[in-house]
Design a protein around this ligand. Structure first.
Ligand code: AMX
Length: 425
């Protein structure tokens, strides 16, 4: 067995050698160009980053360290974190050592709750989560080691320490945010016997159904990472590249996740489904009624939430995993049934409509209806579990970046005059 740190110590020298060889032998070789459209258009498709934790394949969806997500849906989130960091799934003893370390580091300092209590009552749950993370910055082991003058080649070790502490504490902070913000009563203490995902479910206190813990584990696995260039990952890695520690960097990344074009989309999808039910007397409408609702939405110039993707060109395997879960656990739940029926109807309609490059569902099409099924009805909270999960990806990417001694991020910007001169305008 190897602890996460031991496994990384074993692997990092070979990773450095591999990257070093590439840069030494082929450093001048171009792997991407940049068009003017890309420079003005959010750098879509520009290959300018290396991220080995995961890859989004247009057809297969998320691939974590070479393993398609569909083959990982029954794993524990802690196993996925170990995989993201090292490229290998842990054995039983490796998993237990990580879980023990997380339990030992899980206690959230009391001042965090005082800070959250002092925030305005209507603060957005993501503001509370990100503030809770940021105010713990004084605990950073990386910062302490950096101030002591530790060598650059060892930065990854204290970044890993910070990652594990942050991840260990996030469920308690996130559950506190839920219970305080939505007046659910006092906080629920963690149960040291429970794993990471089950403990989060337990501390939220929304459902006694044992399937809720299974759902939360699945949710945490499915949202864990999505390459290095999405808004939250790119932000986190940029901030961390200045050697701002992970408390600064993770909080910054999750501030990006809070945007409606990124992590906030899941609440809009559920709103769409509930709007359908409301319009039809809270009963699942017929297929013809559903088709009409979808066409009416499109004809009024709106998008169908939960469908389409910037990179994917097939059904998102994360959606398929949620669909399988719902079919097993709550096949008769009206909101879930609408999600299931829409999946059989919307792709054909979007193809006929002819605009969306990808007519298939993304992760957000199903997740909200399942949270709703378990009794979590507060939409503004829905990005928070996404953030708890995505912390796995952001932290593992930071460990990778420090292991590879990646320098500070600093792409070059240009002025419009320069572009006009370049093209002779
Ligand atoms: N319904 C209707 N029209 C859609 C559509 C949808 N679900 N998805 C794309 N289109 C339209 C676009 O609005 C665009 O129209 P325009 O030319 O009039 O502007 C056209 O199809 C081409 O868009 P695209 O290249 O296929 O998509 P994109 O890469 O620009 O955007 C996305 C991707 C996800 C923002 C878009 O598909 C969308 O708005 N989907 C609905 C919202 C959603 O599900 N968001 C969650 C995404 C997952 C996540 O990041 N959490």
């Amino acid at each position: 067995m190897a602890t996460l740190k031991e496994k990384l110590a074993e692997k990092i020298p070979a990773w450095r050698e591999r990257a070093g060889k590439l840069v030494n032998k082929h450093g001048d070789r171009a792997i991407s160009g940049v068009t003017i459209q890309q420079a003005y258009g959010g750098m879509r498709g520009v290959k300018g980053l290396v991220c080995d934790t995961s890859l989004v394949d247009p057809q297969k969806g998320l691939i974590i360290r070479g393993i398609p997500l569909k083959d990982l849906v029954h794993k524990m989130p802690e196993e996925i974190f170990y995989l993201l960091c090292t490229g290998e799934l842990p054995d039983k003893a490796g998993l237990k050592s990580l879980q023990d370390e997380m339990s030992a580091k899980a206690k959230v300092p009391g001042y965090v709750f005082k800070v959250l209590d002092a925030m305005p009552e209507d603060s957005h749950p993501m503001v509370l989560l990100d503030t809770g993370i940021l105010c713990m910055e004084r605990e950073s082991v990386f910062k302490k080691k950096y101030d002591e003058g530790v060598a650059k080649g060892e930065y990854w070790e204290s970044t890993l320490d910070d990652s594990i502490t942050l991840m260990a504490r996030l469920p308690a902070v996130a559950a506190y945010v839920y219970r305080r913000r939505f007046k659910k009563g006092g906080p629920i203490d963690p149960d040291p016997k429970l794993d990471w995902g089950a403990n989060y479910a337990h501390m939220l206190g929304v459902s006694d159904d044992p399937e809720f813990a299974n759902f939360m584990r699945l949710y945490l696995v499915l949202h864990c990472d999505h390459e290095g260039g999405n808004v939250s990952a790119f932000t986190c890695r940029t901030v961390n590249s200045a050697l701002s520690d992970l408390y600064y960097a993770l909080s910054a990344g999750l501030n990006g996740l809070a945007g409606p074009l990124h992590g906030l989309a899941n609440q809009e999808c559920l709103g769409f489904v509930l709007g359908i039910l409301e319009k039809h007397g809270n009963k699942v409408p017929s297929d013809d009624q559903l088709k009409k609702f979808v066409w009416d939405t499109l004809n009024s110039g709106r998008v169908i939430p939960g469908y389409g993707h910037a990179v994917l060109r097939a059904t998102d395997p994360r959606f398929s995993a949620f669909l399988d879960f719902g079919k097993r656990v709550c096949p008769e739940d009206p909101a879930f049934k609408v999600v299931e029926r829409l999946f059989t109807l919307v792709p054909d309609i979007l193809m006929e409509h002819g605009k969306a490059k990808n007519p298939w569902p993304n992760v957000d099409a199903g997740s909200g209806s399942l949270l709703y099924h378990f009794g979590m009805k507060e939409f503004p909270y829905y990005t928070v579990p996404f953030g708890v999960s995505r912390a796995m990806g952001l932290c593992s990417q930071a460990v990778e970046a420090r292991a590879m001694m990646t320098p500070i991020t600093r792409p070059k910007s240009v002025v419009t005059d320069w572009i006009e001169k370049e093209v002779g305008m």
